[in-house]
Design a protein around this ligand. Sequence first.
Ligand code: HEM
Length: 500
Amino acid sequence: MANVVQSLSEFFATLGLPTVLIFVVVFLLSLWMLSSRNPRVNWPPGPVCFPVVGCLPQLMISGRRRQPTDLLPWYDTYGNIMHIKLGEQHMIMLGTYELIEEAFVKNAATVSDRPNWVYYIRRLVGKDGAGVILKNGHAWKELRRFTLSSLRDFGLGRKSLQEKIQDEARYLVQNIEDENGKAFAPRDRIGKAVSNIISIIVFGARYDYEDTPEMLSVLEESERLNKGGPLAFTNLARLLFPKKKFVLMDELYSLIRQEVERHRQSFDPTDIRDFIDLYIKVTQERLDPEIFTDWNVFRIIVDLYTAGTDTTANTLRWSLVHMVNHPDVQKKVQQDIDQVIGQGRVAKMEDKASMSFTEATILEVFRMSTVAPLGGPHATSEATTLAGYTIPKGTIILGDLYRVLHDKNNFEDPYNFKPERWLDGDGKVIKSDKMIPFSVGPRICLGKGLAEMESFIFFTTLLQNFTFKVPEGENPPSGEEGLHGLTFSPLDYNVCAVRR
Ligand code: HEM
């Protein structure tokens, strides 16, 4: 034995210190990688994971353009169910409708949690989560039911939600009319129109387009800061995530608290005007003090405002991008409008059933420009078998909605904008299970109905009043490339709106 040790030390002495150090580091890394492979867990295939950073380096390289398409080549290498390690955090990506359905619907009992333990979420809402988006278990189900029924009640109130959206669409038309057919950037005013709908529901107020409510500027700045991407799921976020993001969230909380105080001064429990009044009522009545805590109901306000603004606004922004790129489609939608609505009134939801081409066009916008490309992060609350792999408790599960909506097995020629794909031989709208821009299962978007109503009324009212064109001398905006933050938005563009 002594001989072996002596020969080894003589051998290392001949190598020199740097070589020995490299040897030791590689040896320790290999040991770490072998020991981190838990033999009881058969992870699906995925890229090589490094200590501490996991697959972040490869993600940074392939995701450098930050498009929803960046990860698509990985599925070709590793398959439709893929294991990725973000820092110390295990994550599974699901790339087909069947896998997403298996996880979010068939295994909903164990794949409906949110990963509230990750630093970024814990810092926003605390380790127990809060509200609807970031709450788990029984409390989430109760808070979700409460939010849905409150949204329904507000829709059926004195002035229905539909009328409020119709009014807002008229304001938007007036505002665009002021441009007199000259080139303008539609981005901000679309954001303000959509944000006004959620503001009416939550705060009972809308704002003129000339004023930018502080809350909206904070929200937009925070959206722009969403550059952390996958880093947000790792503990490295503690060191590397932009701190400003949390400062802005605290600012948003404080602006909403100010609004609550204003409401308290004129609060009447027999006349609930908006969600803030409901918040005051519910927290005063202490319905179920464990679930309807101040923090949970307060976070619902934040959830509605944050989830309900940029998603729908981006859908509308994309719809104008597609219209200026496809004047033939725009013309056909206008023919639908002229036949069913005419010029004398604003669109209502009942019109949709008689406007198949318009419905097909809106479906195609939702498909082609998937505004929530990776949906919301799910997490396993128990070990779960997916596609034959045993996925342990505490794994993040992402459904790649973008891939499903751009899979040529689901939609032929998926990168081309073709509303006709949604129409059968009789001109009737075809329904498809694979059309999941709002996700599937019990976590499905809570604002789906509202988003569909807003998209239909805003879109038809705009095309009823204007024909949108690319300004002379400018390039048409890209229908594919965009900015992928928390949501997927088109790059900035200008249009001309010519009065019809
Ligand atoms: C085009 C518009 C919209 C799209 C494409 C969209 C899409 C989505 C998606 C993909 C999810 C994640 C589902 C999952 O985790 O599996 C989600 C969740 C959610 N959305 Fe939307 N959304 C839109 C508009 C809205 C609006 C207008 C509201 C507000 C009323 C809203 C409120 C929510 C809430 C509260 C959740 C969390 C639900 C839960 O965790 O139980 N969304 N949405």
